[in-house]
Design a protein around this ligand. Structure first.
Ligand code: PEP
Ligand code: MG
Length: 597
């Protein structure tokens, strides 16, 4: 059992990881932090079969429950989300787990609930030691299924999100994908969790549900009590507990401002993303799952600049078949037509692992066997994806791009495999777009430095600043301790971006940028002035980027970019960029909440 929480009266500010933007103010609802707890009782030899029968009945009940949830979620949110529950069914039906419980029951002669919780705890302990993020993420699946089985064994009622009767900010140690999927948008106005990262399923779902959320707060469940007043700022990753009147007023104002801007920006949806002096740039959306297309369209994006396909391979024990991939890519292509969709080929490794692929443990996974390196060494997996993309290219404007290209050789090797696949499709008379554009993601400094060479053979570039910054500055992008060094405005980063854009333009190919930097509002003017052709960002960031683009002159942006390139530090550039934004788009410039109150 958890220790009772200390009463707090004073305002407390907690900083976590922003998972989905927006500000909400409301009462806290503490959800599902109960530990798995089961009474202990000795049983006789005769009771053993009775306990086994109870266990099997509970498994059956749980199976029914999960299948029902799976159907509901697949129907309402799409099969991609529903698939999470197939993973739960796999946990439930894991013969090793079931066998181990029964063997222990026979040996220890204790009641089944007690045995079950002990075995489950053992699994969780082993998984929490795992280096592999995917395996650690499975803990929430196991706990989720474990809780259901235990409730069925104990005959306890299932307390779920449906118990929420008023609008609340949900506070939880972790939210399993099933909890998140069951969230009622009207009643759950926001949520905050102790654990989780930007790429956790919970964060992905929060974005697609458009519920403001903060994850990775570490101890939010120890600090907040049921019914506490809470301000949750999903844009900045802040949670303020028991805020003072001044804070509430300030955030209420900010919330109104945010909503007003959102409403106003929505009006820009059908307007062109061009500067005052008529220079047009493409504003595209980044997606992780086919379901995200709705948000891309709703926010008025002109296409998809980055479709991260690795999520397709996650949360499952097998590889997606060519057919399954084809259907997903085809549906995205058809929905986004006439705009383009840039499909990025599989980018696993780094901080994204797939448990069913036996990836070796590495000392430096971000610099290891990942992305295109893995794909070139795994032609069966790579070619299946290329075939699916090519086949889908007959149904819309698909482009494809390779991640983590470090030089022209890798680009050529990937293209050679692509050519093999094209030949095969041709031979079999399967339709595809023979002229599909093939681009290189520029996210490794060596590729940026040799972008003049790559530009001669690529159809477009997309700058992946999330990785480019970490490699150029030697700053691990997921390490919080050195986050202060992770500067998109560092002069080295700006020079690399400029070099890539100029080299692309010399060869007359378009250059986009699809890292988080594209949605960094203060930097839009500089990127525009550097000559970027396409910004690809999270769909919710698109209206703001458009507002900035429409408020400036291209000629002025060029001068601003030129000045930024003369500066010596990242901080200098950031302050300069903010000041220009304040002058030109004052309604978007006030972003000082976390430090300014
Ligand atoms: C990047 O590196 O900038 C990028 C867009 O890709 P990811 O964040 O998936 O590595
Ligand atoms: Mg990357």
């Amino acid at each position: 059992m958890k220790s009772p929480k200390k009463p707090i009266r004073k305002q407390v500010q907690l900083k976590g990881i922003p998972a989905a933007p927006g500000i909400v103010i409301g009462k806290a609802y503490i959800f599902g932090t109960e530990e798995l707890h089961a009474p202990e009782r000795n049983i006789s030899f005769e009771e053993v079969p009775v306990e086994i029968a109870r266990f099997k009945r509970a498994l059956l009940e749980t199976r029914k429950e999960i299948t029902k949830v799976e159907e509901k979620i697949s129907r309402e949110m799409g099969v991609e989300h529903g698939r999470i529950f197939s993973a739960h069914l796999l946990v439930l039906e894991d013969p090793v787990l079931v066998e181990e419980v029964i063997t222990h029951l026979k040996k220890k002669k204790k009641n089944i609930e007690f045995i079950f919780v002990r075995i489950l705890d053992k699994y969780v302990d082993v998984l929490s030691e795992a280096k592999d993020e995917y395996l650690r993420d499975r803990i929430s699946d196991i706990m989720d299924v474990g809780r259901r089985i235990l409730r069925n064994l104990l005959g306890a009622e299932n307390r779920g999100m449906e118990d929420l009767t008023e609008k609340s900010v949900v506070i939880a140690y972790d939210l399993s994908p099933s909890d998140t999927a069951m969230m009622h948008k009207g009643r759950v106005i926001g949520f905050a969790t102790d654990i989780g990262g930007r790429t956790s399923h919970t964060a992905i779902m929060a974005k697609s549900l458009e519920i403001p959320a903060v994850v990775g707060l570490e101890n939010v469940t120890d600090i907040i009590r049921h019914g506490d007043m809470v301000i949750l700022d999903g844009t900045h990753g802040m949670v303020i507990v028991n805020p003072t009147k001044r804070f509430i007023e300030k955030y209420e104002k900010e919330k109104k401002r945010y909503e007003h801007i959102e409403k106003g920006l929505f009006g820009l949806k059908s307007l062109s993303s061009e500067t005052i002096d008529g220079h047009h740039v493409i504003l595209a959306g980044n997606i992780e799952l086919p379901e995200d297309v709705a948000s891309v369209i709703a926010h008025g994006a002109e296409g998809i600049g980055l479709y991260r396909t690795e999520y397709f391979y996650m949360n499952r024990r097998d590889l997606p078949s060519e057919e399954e991939q084809f259907n997903a890519y085809k549906s995205v292509a058809m929905r986004v037509k006439p705009h383009h969709v840039i499909i990025r080929t599989l980018d696993i490794g780094g901080d994204k692992f797939l448990s069913h692929l036996e990836m070796p443990k590495e000392m430096n996974p971000f610099m290891g066997w990942r992305a295109i390196r893995f794909c070139l060494a795994s032609p069966v997996i790579f070619k299946a994806q290329l075939r699916a993309i090519l086949r889908a290219s007959a149904f819309g404007k698909l482009k494809l791009m390779y991640p983590m290209i470090s030089g022209i050789s890798e680009f050529r090797q990937a293209n050679a495999l692509l050519e093999d696949v094209k030949c095969d499709l041709r031979r079999k008379g399967i339709p595809f777009n023979n002229d599909i554009e093939v681009g290189a993601m520029i996210e490794v400094p060596s590729a940026a430095m040799t972008s003049d060479i790559i530009a001669k053979e690529a159809d477009f570039f997309s700058i992946g600043t999330n990785d480019l910054i970490q490699y150029a500055l030697a700053v691990d992008r997921v390490n919080e301790k050195i986050a202060y060094l992770y500067e998109p405005t560092h002069p080295a980063v700006l020079s690399l971006i400029k070099m890539v854009i100029d080299n692309g333009h010399k060869e007359k190919i378009p250059v986009g940028l699809c890292g988080e930097m594209a949605g960094d509002i203060a930097l839009v003017i500089i990127l525009l002035g550097l000559g970027l052709d396409e910004f690809s960002a999270s769909p919710i960031a698109i209206p703001e980027i458009k507002q900035v683009v429409r408020s400036v002159k291209y000629s002025v942006a060029k001068v601003i970019a030129e000045k930024s390139l003369q500066m010596q530090t990242g901080e200098e550039v950031r302050q300069f960029a903010k000041a220009r934004l304040r002058e030109m788009v004052p309604e978007l410039a006030d972003d000082e909440l976390s430090s300014g109150v």
